[in-house]
Design a protein around this ligand. Sequence first.
Ligand SMILES: [Zn+2]
Length: 343
Amino acid sequence: MPDPNHQGPTRTAGAGQAPGAGRGRGQGRGPQAPSILLESLADGGPTIPLFTLGGRVSDALFAAAGKKADDVESAINTKPAPASFDIPAVTVELHTVTAESRRANSYNVIGMIEGGDPALRAETIVFSGHFDHNGAGPAGIYHGADDNSSGAVGVVALAHAFAANPVKPRRSLLFIVFAAEERGLLGSYYYVSHPLRPLATTRAQINFDMIGRNEAADPRVITEISPDTSNQLGLIGTDYSPDYRETVERQNKIVGLNLTYKWDLDAYNSVLFRSDQYPFLLHDVPAIWWFTGFHPDYHQVTDTVEKINFEKMAKIVRLAYLSGFEFADEQNPPRLEPRAKTR
Ligand SMILES: [Zn+2]
């Protein structure tokens, strides 16, 4: 998950100053707003200036329409549906600041297991995580054990498990570890711009990003934390697909994790668009981020392997296996909440 305040040496200059997707679902406004770059960056560099407004400016702007940014955001979240309106008699002047950027190549890594049904194998279920992190800096090596070795390991473990089972579910399974997530979801934005399988028949995505730790208080994050997070898993975005949530909950009766949906009620940390499920959600794929929460080692050189809760991680991967099998095999795969569709 990208940290908007990351100051590492590999950071793309300007990323932290250009937060917010600026369109689509869940625009962030808090100080933790995300550093999501335009997807055009994956295709040769940004050509369209990107601006994000904070609460102070947007309140002043919305005042001309008699609205407050917080109220509009709540209304959007409640439905969930866009709430567009005209702002009368206001002129806005925007000035760009030239930011440096650095070009480099990276690669998404993808494998597929073909489905067992001659017709339904054209459809796809995606399992994903990202394999990049923040390299090294003055503080040392950013090991990224939780963020996101845990997720990448989960995807590979699932691929092994599905491959080992002679019974194949009916739809095809795509396993993706994305590049450059920490630079602004570049790998996943690239994928949805250049999909290997049609997105219209991509029926669900299970995205792992940080599935290895017990959530713990971190001064950078404002959230309520349960007294015991050792068996807890967060699912982000299920409001957009109650069907998806129902399947995971049914399978979880076998696995027994404590599921939390608290991140969907949270506007401050703006998590919805801070991982690789978000570009898929923008393309109307029921795409959910599986996440065990923040902790003080998040984006620190202290995110190391001995702190991983492997017992919980194994349960999460089992739950993803069972849920993913059902998504790939069931007659009616999860639908996106109709009111949330963007096209
Ligand atoms: Zn991260």
